[in-house]
Design a binder for this molecule. Structure first.
Ligand SMILES: *[C@@H]1O[C@H](CO)[C@@H](O)[C@H](O)[C@H]1NC(C)=O
Ligand SMILES: *[C@@H]1O[C@H](CO)[C@@H](O)[C@H](O)[C@H]1NC(C)=O
Ligand SMILES: *[C@@H]1O[C@H](CO)[C@@H](O)[C@H](O)[C@H]1NC(C)=O
Ligand SMILES: *[C@@H]1O[C@H](CO)[C@@H](O)[C@H](O)[C@H]1NC(C)=O
Ligand SMILES: *[C@@H]1O[C@H](CO)[C@@H](O)[C@H](O)[C@H]1NC(C)=O
Ligand SMILES: *[C@@H]1O[C@H](CO)[C@@H](O)[C@H](O)[C@H]1NC(C)=O
Ligand SMILES: *[C@@H]1O[C@H](CO)[C@@H](O)[C@H](O)[C@H]1NC(C)=O
Ligand SMILES: *[C@@H]1O[C@H](CO)[C@@H](O)[C@H](O)[C@H]1NC(C)=O
Length: 506
């Protein structure tokens, strides 16, 4: 008898989850910007990337130095921390840039493939049974930033010399060869779209003015349309994000025409794109996509780097090494929360052991009930309205992964962050920066006065009855599917054993 009740209950639960995209929590890691420098020396000159040379006896730490890119021990330490904090995520997103910030003349193609390949193997060693979704960074090409408008052998070399064929499925690998972009699928049916936005980067001399570099926009539109028609949700990930760098005024990453096209796609398909994650900036930030009413419809999450390297852009500064664990809804792909982990490198440099720790938990620290666009916009508006806002000071500290714990940010700096977060396009950004502060304008309500109730025409009755019948039929079909599922995969939808990893901080 109890078994019967249990069976009925679990079938009902299944139906509920099918009908409502029930929140089913899963976890994934994002790791970005390793910038592994094989020539790092703890006795090398910090003003020369900590390389050995004239003048020695420096005492950089074994785990790195803010003036330099990541030594191998830091790469290992970051991956070991991920494995320690959450060894069995649903998947790992790796958002590129494994090559150090050295002159092109210090490298060649083979060195680039070997460098990326070693990072690939080490990541795979840490997560042997987990799908790893990699994307390329602007430094991963040789020479850096020179991605061509079209297919080249480079992509096959990355697959076979840097071992990415062990990460990507076969059909995906073929797609990858056309331009470094591809599509995958999670076990719960989400579509994973990995892009090569380095093709859109304003530092790439080969794709300027080519319209649609390597045909990526067309491909992306097609994939998003397909996902929409199959009623599937998409997780989008790439190295470089659209919009402006929040730490450097007027620096838009893409060519302006590509930025516009990219934003248009994000707006057109915001019903399909559930989540977006990026790297590249080495800083911790986020951005909002707005629709044509100025209403926020999507969040871009920007995860910080493993390399601590002090940026060559004046005033940008260094960061602590970080890795990020997201909690997401396995059914609709939306981010629920994330945990940002970090290594306090200055503590390591002063002789303490390399202890990775939780830096913050997003929902808790920002006092949000959900990581949703409207709540995040409200948070960001509060930044702008009061620069001594405690939450804003926290955001600013996290922006450097707590490398700078007392960040100074004057009024124009506050504005720069605010405008980069809330305006992705040139005109909006410029008027935000130089004009009036644009706080949130609610969507205009097209509330035409209610028409007086009319008599329902006869044919409408038939339509309503017809629709009712269709809904009933659908209900029965779903019930049958659930019944069948229940037979073969008992308890799959039971809430009682779905608390897998409910406490990711262990
Ligand atoms: C390391 O330094 C050597 C000697 O200068 C150079 O030939 C090599 O390309 C460097 N390797 C990397 C990965 O930077
Ligand atoms: C890559 O790994 C191989 C095998 O462990 C090693 O011989 C080589 O020096 C490594 N190269 C770099 C750039 O780390
Ligand atoms: C990965 O799977 C293999 C084969 O099933 C197993 O032997 C190994 O222990 C697994 N590794 C981890 C880290 O779970
Ligand atoms: C990928 O292709 C190789 C040979 O080209 C084959 O051995 C392997 O089974 C294929 N893997 C998948 C997942 O299809
Ligand atoms: C860029 O590549 C596309 C194909 O991906 C091609 O149609 C187009 O002509 C190319 N444009 C230039 C300027 O080379
Ligand atoms: C980064 O470089 C700037 C300018 O050279 C310097 O003022 C700053 O102290 C450096 N940051 C760190 C953490 O070393
Ligand atoms: C990192 O360590 C330094 C030196 O031990 C300390 O001053 C600083 O407060 C620490 N930062 C954080 C965020 O804990
Ligand atoms: C957090 O938000 C709630 C409303 O959502 C507010 O009542 C509370 O004061 C906030 N707490 C802090 C510390 O800002």
């Amino acid at each position: 008898m109890t078994r019967q009740i249990y069976k009925v209950a679990s079938v009902l639960l299944c139906m509920q989850s099918v009908l409502t995209f029930e929140e089913k929590k899963g976890y994934f890691w994002q790791v970005s910007d390793f910038h592994y420098d094989a020539n790092y020396s703890s006795h090398g000159n910090p003003l020369n990337m900590c390389h050995q040379g004239q003048g020695q006896g420096y005492s950089n730490s074994q785990y790195g130095n803010y003036h330099c890119d990541a030594p191998w021990v830091l790469i290992e330490s970051a991956i070991n921390a991920m494995v320690k904090f959450h060894p069995y995520p649903d998947f790992v997103i790796w958002t590129g840039d494994s090559i150090p910030h050295v002159k092109n003349s210090d490298l060649d193609s083979l060195k680039v493939y070997e460098n990326i390949g070693n990072v690939t193997l080490r990541l795979k060693q840490g997560f042997p049974n987990t799908t790893i979704y990699p994307v390329l960074g602007n430094h991963d090409e040789y020479p850096a930033d020179h991605y061509p408008n079209g297919s080249t052998n480079y992509y096959s070399d990355i697959l076979y010399k840097s071992h990415w064929h062990t990460l990507l499925e076969n059909n995906t690998a073929d797609e990858f060869k056309t331009g470094g972009y591809y599509q995958g699928h999670t076990k719960t049916g989400l579509v994973m779209v990995g892009l090569n936005t380095n093709l859109l980067f304003s530092q790439d001399p080969l794709t300027k003015g080519t319209g649609d570099p390597a045909g990526q926009f067309q491909w992306l539109r097609r994939k998003l349309s397909e996902a929409r028609s199959l009623n599937k949700k998409v997780i989008l990930f790439s190295h470089i994000a659209p919009g402006y760098f929040e730490k450097y005024q007027d620096l838009m990453w893409f060519y302006n025409d590509y930025n516009n096209e990219y934003i248009k796609i994000l707006q057109t398909f915001n019903d399909v794109i559930a989540t977006q994650v990026y790297g590249h900036e080495h800083t911790d930030s986020f951005r909002l996509v707005k629709d044509s009413y100025g209403e926020p419809v999507d969040i871009l999450f920007l995860s910080p780097a493993v390399t601590p390297w002090n940026s060559s852009l004046a005033g940008v500064g260094a960061n602590n090494p970080g890795v990020r664990l997201y909690e997401y809804n396995q059914n609709n792909g939306e981010i629920i929360n994330y945990w940002q982990y970090f290594l306090n490198l200055s503590s390591v440099i002063s002789g303490n052991p390399p202890n990775w720790a939780l830096e913050y938990e997003a929902k808790k620290v920002y006092n949000l009930t959900k990581l949703q666009p409207l709540e995040v916009l409200a948070l960001v508006n509060s930044f702008d309205n009061d620069k001594f806002n405690k939450l804003y000071m926290k955001y600013l500290q996290f922006n450097s992964v707590s490398q700078d714990v007392m960040p100074y940010c004057d009024e124009s700096c506050v504005k720069q962050h605010f405008c980069a977060i809330s305006e992705l396009e040139k005109s909006g950004y410029q008027s935000c920066l130089h004009g009036e502060i644009t706080t949130h304008h609610p969507r205009p309500h097209h509330s035409t006065p209610k028409a007086p109730p009319k008599d329902v025409p006869k044919y409408m009755e038939y339509v309503i009855i017809g629709l009712g019948a269709v809904v009933l039929l659908l209900f029965i079909v779903i019930a049958l599917i659930c019944l069948k599922k229940h037979r073969f995969i008992p308890n799959r939808y039971s809430r009682f054993n779905s608390n897998l990893a409910s406490n990711p901080i262990n």
